[in-house]
Every structure is written in structure tokens, then in C-alpha cells.
Write a protein that binds this ligand. Sequence first.
Ligand code: HEC
Length: 155
Amino acid sequence: MAVSSIAYKGWQIGHKTDEDIDPGIPYYSTASPELSDKAGLLIRKHACKDCHKLFFLNAITQNVPAPSLDGMGSLKEEAWFYEYFSAENPQEIIPSRLKPRFRMPSFASLPEEDRRTLAAYVASLKVEDWYLEETKKAAYEKLTGKDYNPDDVEK
Ligand code: HEC
């Protein structure tokens, strides 16, 4: 995909596509337009962007030190996201270092379809390989408040 987008660029001057927003940005989404639309509504409705960074929906400001959702789908599986969004107490899955009002809320009461849509969408948020370690590091440091040392982190 990266290769075809570079090859394309010469032909597409003046036509901005998703793929050439900025060639330096390593994040991309594999979501279909339908999934992006459905997930976008849920993400707005549940204010995920109050706490999480998410390039695809232009959320570049952030009040809470939650991990960025960009590239998250390269770190964990869709089934993991579904389980996390369905948990009555997400902090049993990932302990929080934050005050309660900043912590990941439970979305267990959402309809199953909404939880599946959110999980599928977050799983679609990928990062290019060259930026994967940076993404892991940033997520780890947000979650733990500690410096990332690849030797301490199980892969
Ligand atoms: C009140 C702030 C807040 C809101 C709103 C929120 N989150 Fe979170 N989220 C967090 C925090 C903080 C964490 C890290 C765990 C913790 O401290 O509870 C987290 C963790 C996560 C993780 C796991 C991150 C990782 O590194 O494994 C995912 C995925 C996630 N949230 C997605 C979402 C989605 C999708 C929404 C909206 C439906 C959302 N969050 C809404 C604060 C929030």
C-alpha cells in the first residue's frame, strides 16, 4: 500500500487523498468507509477524544494522559478491544495510574453492536513498521508513567 501511494503521488498533484495527507505520518486505517462513519459517530457520542489522541478524527488536543489511539490496532487484537470495551471494570484489565475521573470508563452497557464497531475500528488503526517501536513506547509510558525499556515489556 505504501508503495502504490508513492507511485501514485506524481499523478495526483492537486488531488489530496487520505494517503497523502502527510507522508511523514506513519498512521493509517484499514477501516471501510462504512465502518469509519459508524465508529466516528460512536467516538463522538462517547467523547473518546476528550481523553485520547486520534489523528483520523482530527483530535490532536488532549486533556488526559491516556494512550493515543493512533496505531493501537498494531499493538493489540480486535478481540482484546472487544473484551476491554465490554468490561464492567476496565481497570481489572489495565490498572490505571490516574484519578478516577480520568480513567477509561466502562462501555459494558452499550449495545453489543456498538462495542463490536468500536473494537473493529480501533483494530483498524495501524502504524507503519518503522514507527511501531515509538508507538509501543508512547503507549507504555502513558499507561505506566514509566520509561520504556523494551527488555522489560513482554512482546
Ligand atoms: C475519561 C477519559 C477517557 C474516555 C472518555 C475514554 N478513554 Fe479510553 N482510556 C482512558 C485511559 C486513561 C486509559 C488507560 C487505562 C486507564 O488509565 O484506565 C484508556 C485506555 C484505552 C484503551 C487501551 C489502551 C492501551 O494502551 O491498551 C483503548 C483501546 C481505549 N481506551 C479506547 C477508548 C475508546 C474507543 C473510547 C470511546 C468509546 C474511550 N477509550 C474513552 C481514558 C478514556
